[in-house]
Design a binder for this molecule. Sequence first.
Ligand code: ZN
Length: 244
Amino acid sequence: MAGTTVKTEAIVLRSIRYGEADRILHLYSATRGRLNAIAKGARKPKSRFGGRLEPFFRLDLVLHEGRSELLTVTSATTVDGYPRLRSSGAALTAGARACDAVLRLLDSAEANPPAYNLLCRYLSLLDDPDPVVAAGGAELRTALAFRLKLALVAGFVPELAACARCGEDGHLVGFSGAAGGVVCAGCESDAFPLGEEGHAFMVAALAQPLSEAPEAEPLALRQVERAVGETLEHHAHVQLRAAA
Ligand SMILES: [Zn+2]
């Protein structure tokens, strides 16, 4: 068979039934970024792939790359199936939104190890053996911390230290998606109000591990979601689904 063999770790973002017995996998891989692959015969009862070609599975894959854009899965072994994540409705929803955000924002077939590691860390947090830690992972504050970190590794982190229009570092009262960050009172014409708590949340969430996403009031979290959403709309031309 002509073509090359590709070995990589990957997370299954989406798994689609295809034809009589196949699956199409949308993958985020450690070494090739976004990949799509077909797993032939994956839905046959005695398929060698078993049940592991489902969303959130972290797999060690061997793929065949021919002339098609779609690679063919030759073998798949489980690195982590995140079984506890699968038994919690809140964790499943949070994981699905994270995978959806990765699909929308990271469409390049280039390795982005920080992005891959971030997604793995979030799924591990949702799968944490301590139920209190796992429940914290499924909260809105952690989903938003993930989005901020995802924006960072995708190259679209908002400017938070000074006015994104004029560089003024005081009186930062709003956020402008078009400007891509916080703005001062003199530059707020196309901005929405961003309170101190929302601003502080973004700074802290970017600086701390996902498992230590800061607490904040619902109003502040709504402002953060809007700030990240509008930044990605303006600069990455991507619309994310609601975070919760
Ligand atoms: Zn300004």
